[in-house]
Design a protein around this ligand. Structure first.
Ligand code: 13P
Length: 340
């Protein structure tokens, strides 16, 4: 394990003004996204869409890294340049999703999941390193209900995340650990706060036991939000305060960066809330983004699978990248949206 390289990569991924594009939708998820714009999910359409994203001019000013899916890291631009090479040439670090999905936890209550993908991971990581990946992602998910999640779910997922993180660091790949508390449901922000804290406590306990080099890792969490169907919605300022306080209690200062997922918030909400958090800084860690939907939704809509829309789709993507880049320093304003 090259701790110097790991720490440098992790720091570069949360460099000032920059964050991560999550473009690692699995075959099932990208089909769902394409269904919303009536585009068939063929290998060529997926390739063309990812090329549109990765070749957008100027995104390297705001995008430090891109998370790829297994199929995508093996694909190339139309002129034959492998995507990982095309990104690296722009100074963008290629990353790879390595978990194989959340599955029902055996003998547990329905809805309780454990994320799989550890078998053969050492060999897969060695191949991904050869293909250019310098960081990886593993996502655990927790559903909130009256009885879920259980301590067992936190424990088994934290252990899997720690085993994944150790294998990554052994291969000189920075692990992003993602314990996502899902915000579907009518739970309050208090409940979200408690569940998020418990998930992070279990996670950092296991990362410590597994000797993870925290300086060479990143955390990808949910923000502390009320459930989407909760009657008591709260202001962006309250979300920012609650989220930051939760993390000050539960995330070691040795972790260089916290890169939020968007998790179904609108693109503008995800940007505004990150902005509010950074206005409360300085913090012990960089607070940044690793958005999928919140970076891509307007791009998909503008593209619609039509090559003649590539310019407009790239403009939409560049705009969201710029807005989130500004949110890294608390300098995003609503006027930036109108100016676009
Ligand atoms: P969203 O930002 O769309 O939640 O996706 C981020 C991600 O990578 C989830 O694993």
């Amino acid at each position: 394990m090259d701790t110097k390289q790991l720490a440098e990569t992790a720091r570069a991924m949360v460099a000032p003004g920059k964050g991560i594009l999550a473009a690692d939708e699995s075959s099932g998820t990208i089909k769902k996204r394409f269904d919303t714009i009536d585009v068939e999910s063929t290998e060529e359409n997926r390739r063309a869409y990812r090329e549109l994203l990765f070749t957008t001019a100027g995104i390297e000013d705001h995008i430090s890294g891109v998370i790829l899916f297994d199929e995508t890291i093996r694909q190339s631009t139309a002129d034959g340049t492998p995507f990982a090479t095309a990104l690296s040439e722009k100074g963008i670090i290629p990353g790879i999703k390595v978990d194989t999905g959340a599955k029902q936890l055996a003998l547990a209550e329905k809805g309780e999941t454990v994320t799989e993908g550890l078998d053969g991971l050492r060999e897969r990581l060695a191949e991904y390193y050869e293909l250019g990946a310098r960081f990886a992602k593993w996502r655990a998910t927790y559903v909130i209900s009256d009885t879920l999640p259980s301590q067992l779910a936190f424990d088994v997922n934290a252990q899997a995340l720690a085993r994944y993180a150790a294998l990554c660091q052994e291969a000189d790949i920075v692990p992003i650990v993602e314990p996502e508390v899902l915000m579907q449901g009518d739970h309050t922000i208090d409940r979200s706060d408690d569940v998020t804290a418990a998930a992070h406590q279990a996670l950092y306990d296991e990362l410590f036991k597994h000797r993870i080099f925290l300086e060479g890792s990143l955390l990808k969490p949910n923000m502390v939000l009320p459930g989407y169907d909760c009657k008591q919605q709260v202001s962006d300022e309250e979300i920012a305060e609650r989220t930051v306080r939760n993390f000050r209690w539960n995330v070691p200062a040795a972790v260089p960066g916290i890169v939020f997922l968007s998790g179904g918030q609108s693109d503008e909400q995800a940007t505004a809330r990150l902005n509010e958090m950074n206005k409360l800084g300085p913090h012990p860690w960089q607070l940044s983004f690793s958005y999928g939907r919140a970076l891509q939704a307007p791009t998909l809509k503008a593209w619609k699978g039509d090559a003649s829309n590539v310019g407009a789709a790239q403009a939409a993507f560049a705009h969201r990248a710029r807005c989130n880049g500004a949110a890294r320093s608390g300098s995003y304003t609503a006027e930036m949206e109108k100016a676009a």
